[in-house]
Design a protein around this ligand. Structure first.
Ligand code: CLR
Length: 406
C-alpha cells in the first residue's frame, strides 16, 4: 500500500503482477471438446480469465458516472438524454479488446463499490447460478440518481466465435427530474476462438426510453468496428438527429500478443479485426458528448484493463472487516491470479466451485431453497418485464447469516 508524498493514500494504477502469457495455450484446443454445450456450465482453464469477477466487470458501467451527475444538472430533457446516451455508450467502450473471461460469480457472491470522490455507491449480488444472473444497484451519495438492473449473459458458442447476449434491463432514475430511463445492452461477440487474434465486437440497437417524456434515443452499434453512433429523438412527426458520439482515441490502444494459431486443415479463416479509424468525421452542427480515455501504457500486459478496471479488486485501507464477507475482493482464486500465481488460482477456483456444488447438494438433501440476500425477484415498474429489485439494507452492514462461500 503506497501512500503518496503527502501521506494521502491513492488508489492503485496498476495490478500487482503482469499477466501470464497465453501464447502457449489454445482456447480452441479446449473449446472443441465443448461444442454444443452450454458455455456457462463449462469450467474454463483459468489462463483464459481476467482477475475480476463478472460482478466487477459489470461495475465498469460506473467509470463514467460523472455523465449521470452532469445529466442531473441539465434543465433540458434532450440534453439529459444526450448524456444518458453517452453513459450507455461509454460502457461499451470499456469492453474494447477485453477478451479475458471474468470469473463466474459464486451464488451469493457480492461486490460493493463505494466511491465518495465520485459520489456514488454500488452493490451487486449473484442472485442465480443456472442461469447466471447478476443484479446491481447504484445510488448517488447526493440522492440525485439511482441506477440498477440485472444481467443474464446468455452465451452461445458458434465455433469461430462466442456470442454473448446480455439479457436484462438497465434502469436509470433521475430523482430531481422525476425521470426514468431504461435500455438493454447491445450484443457482444468474441471472434477468432479457433484461430487468429481474439477480438471483441459489440453490435445491435440500443433503445433508451425516457418514460416520463416518451422520448426515445436509438443507438445503432454497427458491426465490424463502426463505432459511430447517432442519437435520434422521435417527437410527433419530426425526427431530429442529435449529436454524434465518437470513439476516436481508440487508436491509442495497442494490440498485443495473444495469437491462437492452430492447424485446422485450412478450413477456417480468421475474422479480420477492422482497422481502427484514426480520425473522426463530425457531422456539422453536432457536439462531442464524451470521448474515450486512452488505456494506460501497461494495459496490454494487464488484460487490456482500463485505469478504472485496475482499481476494482484492490483491498483498500479500512475495507477489511467493513465489506461483506461475500465480497469478491476476498475470493482467493481471483486474488492469486492478480498476483500472477496461476497454479494457486486454478486450484482455488476448483475448490470454490466444488464447495458451491457441495452446498447445493446439501440444500437439495434438506429440501431447502436458496434465498438471495440483497435483491428479490420482481417486475420493472417502467417496462413491466421481470427484474431483480434491491431489497435495501446492505450499507447498514449487518452481515449476519451470510453464506460461507469461500
Ligand atoms: C459487456 C457489457 C454489457 C454486459 C456484458 C455481458 C456479457 C459479457 C460482456 C459484457 C463482456 C464480454 C464477456 C461477456 C460474457 C462473456 C464475454 C465477459 C460485460 C467474455 C469476453 C467471453 C470470453 C470467452 C472466451 C472463450 C474467449 O453491458
Amino acid at each position: 500500500r503506497v501512500p503518496s508524498e503527502n501521506g494521502v493514500w491513492e488508489r492503485r494504477t496498476t495490478l500487482p503482477a503482469p499477466m501470464f502469457s497465453r501464447n502457449d495455450f489454445s482456447i480452441w484446443g479446449f473449446l472443441k471438446k465443448c461444442i454444443g454445450m452450454e458455455l456457462s456450465k463449462i469450467t474454463m482453464p483459468v489462463v483464459f480469465n481476467e482477475p475480476l469477477s463478472f460482478l466487477q466487470r459489470i461495475t465498469e458501467y460506473m467509470e463514467h458516472a460523472y455523465l449521470i451527475h452532469k445529466a442531473c444538472t441539465m434543465s433540458d430533457s434532450i440534453e439529459r438524454m444526450q448524456l444518458v446516451a453517452a453513459f450507455a455508450v461509454s460502457a461499451v467502450a470499456s469492453q474494447w479488446d477485453r477478451t479475458g473471461k471474468p470469473f463466474n460469480p459464486l451464488l451469493g457472491e457480492t461486490y460493493e463499490l463505494t466511491r465518495e470522490d465520485e459520489s456514488y455507491r454500488l452493490i451487486s449480488e449473484q442472485v442465480s447460478h443456472h442461469p447466471p444472473i447478476s443484479a446491481f444497484f447504484a445510488e448517488s451519495l447526493s440522492q440525485d440518481f439511482v441506477f440498477h438492473g440485472s444481467i443474464y449473459p446468455k452465451l452461445k458458442f458458434w465455433g469461430k466465435s462466442v456470442e454473448a447476449e446480455p439479457k436484462g434491463t438497465m434502469t436509470l432514475e433521475l430523482s430531481k427530474h422525476k425521470e426514468a430511463y431504461t435500455w438493454t445492452n447491445p450484443m457482444c461477440c468474441v471472434h477468432n476462438v479457433i484461430l487468429g487474434k481474439l477480438w471483441i465486437e459489440q453490435y445491435g440497437t440500443v433503445e433508451i426510453v425516457n418514460h416520463s417524456t416518451g422520448d426515445k434515443c436509438v443507438l445503432n452499434f454497427k458491426p465490424c468496428g463502426m463505432f459511430a453512433v447517432t442519437c435520434i429523438k422521435y417527437q410527433a412527426e419530426c425526427l431530429a438527429v442529435k449529436p454524434y458520439i465518437t470513439f476516436d482515441s481508440i487508436q491509442n490502444i495497442k494490440y498485443q500478443n495473444t495469437s491462437y494459431e492452430q492447424n485446422t486443415g485450412g478450413a477456417v479463416d480468421a475474422d479480420e479485426m477492422p482497422d481502427v479509424q484514426e480520425t473522426v468525421t463530425m457531422i456539422p452542427g453536432s457536439t462531442l458528448q464524451w470521448r474515450i480515455a486512452p488505456r494506460p501504457a501497461h494495459s496490454a500486459q494487464m488484460y487490456n484493463f482500463t485505469s478504472f478496471a485496475m482499481t476494482l479488486n484492490e483491498l483498500e485501507p479500512g475495507m477489511e472487516g467493513v465489506i461483506a464477507p461475500t465480497d469478491c475482493r476476498l475470493r482467493p482464486d481471483i486474488r492469486a491470479m492478480e498476483n500472477g500465481d496461476i497454479d494457486t488460482a486454478s486450484q482455488e477456483k476448483e475448490r470454490l466451485e466444488e464447495k458451491q456444488r457441495a452446498a447445493r447438494r446439501e440444500r437439495a438433501k434438506d429440501g431447502e431453497d436458496w434465498s438471495t440476500r440483497w435483491f428479490h425477484q420482481g417486475v420493472n415498474p417502467y417496462t413491466g418485464t421481470s427484474d431483480w429489485v434491491y431489497t435495501g439494507g446492505y450499507f447498514d452492514r449487518k452481515y449476519s447469516d451470510l453464506p460461507d462461500i469461500y
